[in-house]
Design a protein. Structure first.
Length: 351
C-alpha cells in the first residue's frame, strides 16, 4: 500500500515552480524572429509573442476575444495534491491577468514512471481538479508523457470583452502601482528544498500560492486600471520592466512598501543564504536597467514567484476609489511605487 504522505515531490526535480523558468535574456534569444519576411501575419491576433504579455488573445470579431495560455513547472511543494493545485492556480492566473474569465483547461503531465507510482500522479491531478472547480471550469482533458522529472501544468482558454482587455502596456506617468500578494515564495521554496524550512513555516508559501487571482477580472472593469500583469518567475523587477517597456514609462519602487510573507521569516532564510538560482538568472538578464540596489533589495526584488500576485497600474487620481474597491473584495492594498516619464539618462527602474 502506497502512503502518498511519504512522497516528497521536491526531491524529484532540480528546480522548483516558476523558478524553473528560462531567464528573460535566454528567452529573448529563443523567441527572436530572424527572418521577418517569412513570419505570418494574423490581423485578428491582438496579443502575441511580441508583447511579452501573460497570454495570447484573438479577436472573434463580435466585441469579444479568446484568451489562450499555458504554464507548467516542476514541484515547488512536497505534497502532490498541493503541487497540482498550485500549478493550476498559477496557469489560470494568466487569464485573470488579462482581465478575462476562464472557460476550460486541459492538463500537461510529465511523469517519471520508473520513480513515482501513478497514484501520486493521481493526487496531482486531483489538486488540479480542485483548482479548476474553484475557478468554475472543467479540467476537460490533457496530455501526458514519460519524463525524467515530474512536470505539471495547464493550458487554459478564457474569454474577455475587448473593451475590458488589460495588457502589461497602458500605464502612464500619472499611474501608481500595486501588488496583490506578498513576496518571498522563491526564498521559502529554496529553504524547503534544502530541508531547512522550519515546521511552523511549512505552509506560508503554499497558502499564498493557492489563492486565485480572480480579482483581475474585476479590476479589468475599472476604467482607471490602466495595465495589469501577474508576478511570477521573473520577480517584481522582471515583470515591472516588461510593464515599463510596454508602456514607455520608468518606475520608482517604494521598497519599504513591498509586502513580504513575514519580514522576520524572509529575513531569517536570507541570512541562511537561501537564494533561488532563478534570482541570479533574473538579475543577469535585467540588472543593467535597474538603479543601484543593496544586496538585500536585490534578493527580494528578483525573487521568483510562483502563482504570485497581480501588478496593477492605477491612475493616481483614483487611488482612493481603487483601494476602497480592493477592500470591498477582501484586499487591503497600498501602492508600492509610481511611474514617471521616461528618461534615457536614468535607469528604467529605481528604488
Amino acid at each position: 500500500m502506497i502512503n502518498i504522505s511519504d512522497i516528497k515531490m521536491t526531491e524529484y526535480s532540480h528546480g522548483a515552480g516558476c523558478g524553473c523558468k528560462i531567464s528573460p535574456k535566454v528567452l529573448d534569444k529563443i523567441l527572436e524572429v530572424k527572418e521577418t519576411s517569412t513570419a505570418a501575419i494574423f490581423p485578428n491576433l491582438i496579443v502575441g509573442n511580441g508583447e511579452r504579455d501573460d497570454a495570447a488573445v484573438v479577436d472573434l470579431g463580435d466585441g469579444t476575444a479568446i484568451i489562450s495560455t499555458t504554464d507548467f513547472f516542476m514541484p515547488i511543494v512536497d505534497d502532490p495534491e498541493d503541487f497540482g493545485r498550485i500549478a493550476s492556480v498559477n496557469a489560470i492566473s494568466d487569464i485573470y491577468a488579462m482581465g478575462g474569465e476562464p472557460l476550460m483547461a486541459i492538463a500537461i503531465l510529465g511523469w517519471p514512471i520508473d520513480k513515482l507510482p501513478p497514484e501520486v500522479a493521481n493526487a496531482v491531478v486531483s489538486g488540479a481538479r480542485k483548482a479548476c472547480a474553484e475557478a468554475g471550469i472543467p479540467l476537460a482533458g490533457g496530455h501526458s508523457i514519460d519524463s525524467p522529472e515530474p512536470i505539471f501544468g495547464l493550458a487554459v482558454t478564457g474569454r474577455v470583452s475587448i473593451d475590458q482587455l488589460k495588457k502589461n502596456g497602458g500605464a502612464t506617468k500619472d499611474c501608481i502601482f500595486y501588488l496583490t500578494k506578498p513576496i518571498g515564495v522563491g526564498i521559502l521554496a529554496t529553504a524547503q528544498k534544502r530541508k531547512i524550512l522550519k515546521p511552523e513555516h511549512k505552509n506560508i508559501a503554499r497558502d499564498s500560492m493557492v489563492v486565485m487571482n480572480k480579482i483581475g477580472a474585476a479590476f479589468a472593469k475599472l476604467p482607471y486600471v490602466k495595465a495589469l500583469t501577474d508576478v511570477t518567475g521573473f520577480g517584481i523587477l522582471g515583470h515591472l520592466k516588461e510593464m515599463c517597456e510596454a508602456s514607455d514609462v520608468k518606475a520608482k519602487i517604494d521598497f519599504d512598501a513591498i509586502p513580504l510573507l513575514g519580514k522576520d521569516v524572509i529575513d531569517y532564510y536570507i541570512n541562511q543564504n537561501c537564494y533561488p538560482g532563478g534570482s541570479k538568472r533574473n538579475w543577469a538578464s535585467y540588472g543593467h536597467v535597474v538603479g543601484q540596489l543593496t544586496d538585500y533589495q536585490r534578493t527580494i526584488l528578483t525573487d521568483p514567484q510562483t502563482s504570485g500576485g497581480l501588478l496593477v497600474a492605477v491612475e493616481r487620481t483614483s487611488q482612493n476609489d481603487f483601494e476602497l474597491f480592493a477592500q470591498e473584495h477582501g484586499l487591503n492594498l497600498n501602492p508600492i511605487g509610481h511611474f514617471q516619464a521616461p528618461d534615457k539618462q536614468d535607469a528604467l527602474i529605481e528604488v
